[in-house]
Each structure stands twice: as structure tokens, then as C-alpha cells.
Design a protein around this ligand. Sequence first.
Ligand code: AMP
Length: 217
Amino acid sequence: MRMALLGPPGAGKGTQASRICQTFDLVHLSSGDILRSEKMAGTPLGLRIRDFIDNGLLVPDHLMIELMQEKILGLAKGFVLDGYPRTLNQAQALNRMLFEVHRPLMLVLNFVVDPEVLSRRFEGRRICPECLTAYHIDSMPPKVAGFCDLDGKALIIREDDLPDVVRKRIETYQETMAPVIAFYAQLGNFKTVNTSGSFKDVTRMVLDKIRRHFEDF
Ligand code: AMP
């Protein structure tokens, strides 16, 4: 299976992508996580992209296309893209690249979420600075409040989850994603799912949608 998840920041792409990958044995490629770990490690790429991320702006297409192309081509099995593509240029480049290697996307799942649900989700979001696992203080709390279940590190609020940056990220998403959604809707193998519900309900709905899609594929 090769699929991409589209949706605004806070729509649950990251958490659902992990679930999908566990269920169907796929690799989770989150462009945001890849960029954040470059930034935290202070690599040359990390230094170039730091200001874009911290201000909620998109990293330039040429950097993203090269970075994600390398990651995708290095995979030996199916994958779920989360946060990529984010612009029409990225979508077209991805489509060309996957077509050339005879591994086109088999499903694009578009997550939509009610605006008031989105703001509530951001307020409680926390991540582990070490392994980047995401939590929510209400809907997905860690076993011990404030600490990562996996490595015990103290959880933090992502710099780009601060309210002003979130507002900018959502605006940017709305501006740049409309043509991407139109592009995939016209290609086919495109489905929309409303992810405003609880984590459990959304997971059930998402996994059902994927199973049904691949039964008919
Ligand atoms: P995310 O965690 O997916 O919301 O991404 C966090 C930040 O990483 C975004 O606000 C952008 O600055 C950057 N980013 C992630 N994916 C992309 C992409 N496909 N294109 C450009 N910038 C991206």
C-alpha cells in the first residue's frame, strides 16, 4: 500500500498515520517530523529550514522535493506520507517520480476537521523532544502526566504549536492545499474523511475506509 494523508495541522494525520502503519505494516514518513529532527540535530539542512518551521512558513519546494524523494526511494515497502505533499509543485513532482518508478499512490485520504475542534486540539498537544511521539493531555495522555511513555523524557509544547504560529500554519494550509486537493480529486483514488471525532472513532473510520478502498482496488 502506498498512500498520502492530506489535512490541516491538528487534523490527526500523525496519530492516524502511526495507527495505519502498525495495522498494515507500512512505513510512516512525516515531513514535519523529518524536518524537526534535522532542525534539532543542527544539520546543514536543519539550519536552512529552522526559520521557516519556527514561523509556520512552508520550507521551499526544491528542498522538500529533494528530501522526500530521497526518503521515499530508499523504502523497500509500502508507506504513508503525512504532511507531504503540501503544494501543487510538490504533488506534481511526487506524482512524476512515483510514476517513473511504477509505484503510484494508491490512495489519497483527505482529512477535514471542524475549526473549533482544531483549536481545542492544539491547546493540549505535547511531544517528546527525543522520539517525537505526540500526546494530548485530554484525548491521548501519557501514562505518567508530562513524561513520554517510551523513553521517560519530559514532554514539551512544540514551538510551532504556539497560538500565533498555529494560526499562520492553518492559513498557509488553506492557501496552498486547495489546488493540491483539486489535483488529487481529479486523478482518482481520493477519499475524504471527517476527523473531528474522538481518536477511537476516527481510527475505526479511517481503517474501515482504507480496508474498503483496498478491497475494491
Ligand atoms: P507539520 O508537523 O506537518 O505541521 O509540519 C511542521 C512544519 O514543517 C510546517 O509548518 C512547515 O514549516 C514544515 N513542513 C512540513 N511539511 C512540509 C512540506 N511538505 N512542505 C513545506 N514545508 C513543510
